[in-house]
Design a protein around this ligand. Structure first.
Ligand SMILES: Cc1ncc(COP(=O)(O)O)c(C=O)c1O
Length: 314
């Protein structure tokens, strides 16, 4: 039997007023899901919560999930399993290699299983994975990114936390970084009509039917050419944000979110009598991956927040 108790999660997460830090004409807030836990944070926890609640009543002998070599989801899942003493196998797309994320997974006791990109695409039906699965009696398979129907549970809780907060205006914008769209979709489903969801895709060429819905709009200009693409302006925007608020962002998701919100503020996109809420979806372990890939620190010591690894380990 496993229990959620050992995780010590900081919930409900704080909503901070950052209006005075910027020249925003509208009240500006940030929902600090990055503070839920050093490694099980942001929308990763929100998506995992329902999986955990489901698994509490089952007799799984292992959890298995999928992701890229820098996956926030795999880190959050590995740390959860480590706390709860559940064996975890991380199926990783691509050649065997090493980077800060993969080292972290190993620290959390995960077994790493690398598969080439063509087998990875087949997921549970690929020959490699079928062979892996045959080693277990009752595996719990969590899809890439934690995007199963169980993801809805935690995102519904998040919508409840947001809805129960008193903002200075009746109308609110929730600004969300978008990857697969699961987070934005479930939030849009569970937030009332007093919320408008403004989404900021972090990759190019997404084919989503979001635009057809009245309370959702998309800023298509914040992805900087594609997933994990970046430029000096992005880093400057992140550093300025962090210098003003002491809140770190990651360059893959929340950095691009702020980059887009800054442009929307400058273009007066947000309507009057509205509050703006940034959703900090975590992902800060990605800072170490960025440094590993590019040789650059997003936050050199001059910004005053140079520490990449949080104090608390898993
Ligand atoms: C930190 C972070 N923010 C936002 C997202 C985007 O979430 P979604 O894929 O549900 O759109 C992800 C990835 O999935 C993420 O890791």
């Amino acid at each position: 039997m496993i229990s959620e108790d050992g995780l010590a999660l900081n919930l409900p997460s704080e909503i901070q007023d950052i209006t005075g830090k910027f020249s925003s004409k509208r009240p500006l807030f940030i929902k600090r899901d990055d503070q839920i836990h050093p490694w099980i944070s942001g929308n990763k926890w929100r998506k995992l919560q329902g999986h955990l609640e489901h698994a509490l009543n089952q007799d799984y002998d292992v959890w298995i999930s999928f992701g890229g070599a820098y996956s926030n989801h795999l880190v959050a899942t590995a740390c959860t399993c480590h706390h709860l003493k559940i064996p975890f196998v991380a199926v990783i797309r691509g050649e065997e290699n090493s980077n800060p994320t993969l080292r972290l997974l190993k620290e959390f006791g995960a077994t790493l299983f690398f598969v080439d990109r063509s087998s990875y695409r087949l997921k549970e039906n690929g020959a490699d994975i079928l062979k892996l699965l045959s080693n277990f009696k009752n595996p719990f398979i969590i899809p890439e990114g934690g995007n199963s129907t169980f993801a809805e549970t935690g995102l519904k809780y998040l919508a409840t936390e947001l809805s129960s907060h008193l903002f200075p205006t009746q109308q609110k914008y929730l600004c969300v970084a978008l990857g697969t769209g699961a987070t934005a979709t479930y939030l849009a489903k569970h937030l009332g009509s007093d919320w408008h969801i403004r989404i900021y895709p972090v990759l190019k060429g997404l084919n989503l039917d979001f635009e057809k819905r009245a309370n959702i709009s998309i800023n298509k200009d914040a992805h900087l050419g594609g997933y994990a693409r970046w430029d000096e302006n992005l880093l400057q925007s992140m550093r300025a944000f962090t210098g003003a608020t002491q809140i770190k962002l990651d360059p893959i998701y929340t950095g691009k979110l702020w980059y887009g919100v800054e442009k929307d503020l400058a273009n007066d996109f947000f309507s009057e009598e509205s509050s703006i809420v940034l959703y900090h979806s975590g992902g800060l372990q990605g800072l170490a991956g960025f440094a590993d890939r590019t040789g650059l620190e997003v936050y050199p010591t001059s910004v005053g927040v140079s520490k990449i690894r949080p104090e608390r380990s898993c």
